[in-house]
Ligand binder design. Structure first.
Ligand code: TEU
Length: 558
């Protein structure tokens, strides 16, 4: 296998709970995924990123693991997993496991032991601290899901750290024995034949041993001091040597609070850490106009702000490191609702435009299930329709503790709740969108009658068939994978334009982020030559771009 095969790959994320339910319990499962392998092969993706399927009490839908070597009951058995893996491989599709090693569930046997007593052999597997003065938490770090990141344990008189929910205690990576057990577990999955790992919040595993207060950042991960700690690179190199080296796997580390300089350290080719990382800068809500309540009330970014970030990363990792390209995942609202326009008239056009702008960049693209159909935010109206621990906690905090009106908080959730991405996959226009014969664990977006896979597979002009083409083009054109990135029209308010160049081939990519007809500035009209590689209108723009138009010209420089 080619060493850097993952640079040519397109990854598709499956959130198993919401993908396909084979047994009618309303919860997606592994046999459901196996049954959709033909669909994924038709789409043309190379790798599935499988959100966690390990045994879990589901305080955070599987991101709280209680047994790393077993499968969540609702998802099936280890035999179902093996069958899925085998079927994927038979379809030419690789499987990248999502692995959560910054924390476990509080129901993991290591933690149930750890909280038994201060001299329990597992005590040091987690982060326990004495109370501060007056019995308060050791520092003011906040959980990403609201409230203090420390929970007091009556039994042993100390606090334990959880950067996420109370039921997700952070592991203590300072403990070497614990680290070795994690590596052994990952080798076990590797030797089973999985093709890579997506490491959940991996840059949080090393903490500053002084546990400093840090800056207050508002709601969310309050303190920079909990990320990119002093031993982070040492741990990643150690894990690489113990698990990854010599195996040609795909690896991506989820990294909140990093910039491009840090990304080079995490993903530089000769650094022996990770292939690439996910950063959050472009999905954090406007940083120019930060909200009072973090991501919840930050306005969406406009094109100039979004473009500045994406371009900075394209340039930043041009010679060293590698980008991952994404606008959506299971933690983000639907990209067409956030960055495009999901009203009926522009939904398809803007979904295709967003696909174009990302898939023509340098890096490895990630598609989140349903994105290839142009799925939209359901914008649930009532709090009892929400399931996500983050949404339920922030709703409580803002309404009860801060006294904000219900409608205001619901307006935040409708735009940015993670549940917007978690409604079931829309397979057809039948009962429950073809997702399940039972009652789905979370509501289905009523737009499934219009937006569904069955319909889009048949329609040559659908978002689905447009994504198929984007994926095929990447496989067929090295310039998309390797080409140099150069920005055009850096000040334009509506058009995101750039070129990609490799040897004698050049692509010119133009995307209109607005619902207006916009003139193509004179200065670049001369560039619009050659064949139209892909575009979302029948006639490609040369003098002006139609609403949400995207077009890619390909030319030979010979
Ligand atoms: O997410 C980590 C993370 O920082 C976010 O994307 C998080 O959802 C956001 O800060 C909330 O505002 C990862 C997983 O992707 C997420 O689903 C888990 O809940 C989280 O880690 C804990 O394991």
């Amino acid at each position: 296998m080619e060493k850097n095969w993952w640079k040519h790959a397109v990854v598709y994320q499956i959130y198993p709970r919401s993908f396909a339910d084979s047994d009618g319990d309303g919860i997606g499962d592994l046999p459901g995924i196996t049954s959709k392998m033909d669909y994924l092969e038709e789409l043309g993706i190379d790798v599935i990123w499988l959100s966690p399927v390990y045994r879990s009490p589901n305080a955070d839908n599987g991101y709280d693991i209680s047994d790393y070597r077993d499968i969540m009951e609702e998802f099936g058995t280890m035999e179902d997993f093996d069958r899925m893996l085998e079927t994927a491989h038979a379809h030419g599709i690789k499987i990248m496991m999502d692995i959560v090693i910054n924390h476990t569930s509080d129901e993991h046997p290591w933690f149930t032991e750890s909280r038994q007593g201060r001299d329990n052999p597992f005590r040091d597997y987690y982060i326990w601290k004495d109370p501060g003065e007056n019995g308060t938490a050791p520092n003011r770090w906040e959980s990403s899901f609201s409230g203090s990141a420390w929970t007091y344990d009556e039994g042993t008189g100390q606090y334990y750290l959880h950067l996420f929910a109370e039921k997700q205690p952070d592991l203590n990576w300072e403990n070497e024995e614990m680290r070795q057990k994690l590596y052994e577990m990952m080798r076990w999955w590797r030797d089973k034949g999985v093709d890579g790992f997506r490491f959940d919040v991996i840059n949080l595993i090393s903490k500053d041993p002084a546990y400093p207060e840090g800056e207050e950042l508002g709601n969310g991960l309050t303190s920079h001091t909990c990320a990119n700690g002093p031993r982070i690179h040492e741990y990643l190199k150690e894990m690489n040597a113990a698990v990854l080296e010599g195996h040609s796997l795909i690896t991506v580390g989820e990294c909140p609070m990093v910039d491009e300089e840090m990304a080079k350290l995490y993903s530089g080719e000769d650094r022996n850490e990770l292939n690439m990382i996910f950063h959050f800068e472009h999905v954090s809500g406007s940083l120019k106009h930060p909200g009072k309540y973090g991501k919840w009330d930050a306005p969406a970014m406009d094109l100039p702000e979004l473009r500045d970030i994406l371009v900075r990363w394209q340039k930043g990792l041009a010679d060293e490191g590698w980008n991952s390209l994404y606008l959506s995942n299971h933690d983000q609202p639907r990209c067409v609702s956030r960055f495009g326009d999901d009203s009926a008239g522009y939904r398809d056009l803007s979904a295709k435009m967003l696909g174009t702008v990302m898939h023509m960049m340098r890096g490895t693209p990630y598609i989140y299930q349903g994105e290839e159909l142009g799925m939209t935010n359901p914008r649930f109206e009532k709090i009892d329709q929400y399931r996500d621990v983050e949404s339920l906690n922030i709703h409580h905090k803002l309404t009860v503790e801060e006294g904000l009106p219900e409608e205001q908080v619901m307006a935040y959730l409708k735009e940015v709740s993670r549940d917007n991405a978690r409604t079931p996959m829309q397979w057809d226009s039948g009962d429950n969108a073809g997702f399940s014969t039972g009652t789905p664990w979370i509501g289905i977006n009523p737009d499934y009658v219009e937006i569904n896979a069955e319909k889009e597979r048949k329609d040559p002009d659908s978002v689905f068939n447009y994504y198929r083409k984007l994926i095929r083009l990447r496989h067929e054109n090295d310039v998309i994978v390797e080409g140099r990135f150069d920005l055009l029209l850096p000040e334009d308010k509506n058009i995101f334009a750039y070129t990609r160049t490799l040897g004698e081939e050049k692509l010119v990519v133009l995307c209109n982020f607005s619902s207006k007809i916009v003139d193509i500035p004179e200065e670049i009209r001369g560039l619009l030559r050659g064949e139209v590689l892909i575009g979302n209108y029948k006639e490609a723009g040369k003098e002006y771009l139609k609403p949400y138009e995207a077009v890619v010209y390909k030319q030979s420089l010979r």
